[in-house]
Design a protein around this ligand. Sequence first.
Ligand SMILES: [Zn+2]
Ligand SMILES: [Zn+2]
Length: 352
Amino acid sequence: MRSFQVCQCGAPLQLEERATPQPTGTEVLLRVLAAGVCHSDLHFWDGFYDLGGGKVLRLADRGVELPLTMGHENAGEVVAIGPDAKGVKIGDKRLVFPWIGCGECGVCRRGEEQLCLKPRFLGVFRNGGYSDHLLVPHPRYLLDYGVIPVEQAAPLACSGLTAYGALLKIGPVLEREPVVVIGAGGLGLICLSILKAMKGFGAIVVEIDPVKRAAAKKAGALAVIDPNAPDAGKQITDAAKGGVWAAIDFVGTAATARLAIDSLTKGGKLIVVGLFGGEITLSLPLIPMRAMTVQGSYTGSLAELNALLDLIRHAPLPYVPTTTRPLDGANAALDDLRAGKIIGRTVLTPAG
Ligand SMILES: [Zn+2]
Ligand SMILES: [Zn+2]
């Protein structure tokens, strides 16, 4: 088995070759056909999040141990099955749900493993898909992606699910009111498509990069707004014909969160997804007086990923521009992502 691993935070991934594991118990071994390179891999690779005010959250303190094979957006072909793994057969092609919890706590039992306090997320706490093989602990984390091309299917496990999980938090009001979407990178664009598939009213997209604004407009945004414009806030509320009921911040800086909160109407909701970093202050009386909700959203549940695949089966998404690279291109793909050179998604194809 060949894997590209983080051995030291921020240092280039290293090629590690070892014996291919054999699945035991309920485990299933996949040959990795596609492994998406996600922006959050840059945070895992760096080993910390910027909490603002000079504070950082270190992944080592959250139980992440090195060396680690990153890659949480994986799809592959079943090549070996543990004796207790039921419901899959050799040759099945499956999307992998990576947000695996302990399986035993109340959170896991109610089906929200992505929020478990003892996470076993693949590619974050356990070895992921920057590798030619991937061990999955149980077949229930394997989803049939049908006729979706594999390099389009893999990113659904994180970027697709994250956008869908955020949109679900808005509720039925999204059919009647525009949603403000901050950031038109890979997440923002897939969010527009999923919103459409959900029969949403539409999105007002806020993005600093004119190229990405044009991409959002082409993807059907109701309006696109440059947050650096001096009247950006007014442009947003004008486009929303008053106050905004719901905003999703896929960037997550002090400036984007501030802009979103200031544009909310009474009863409005901001959903923070992006992990760029920073901090804001909130006037406490304005939270009740404006009946405001600020909610975080972290990926989504196994049931939500199943529901997303179901939604796409009935309303196929337009394909996200995707570049494929061999496994050996993992370092170059991360460097390009950090340099902002990626339009759409890069997917590693370890199985060649
Ligand atoms: Zn748990
Ligand atoms: Zn991700």
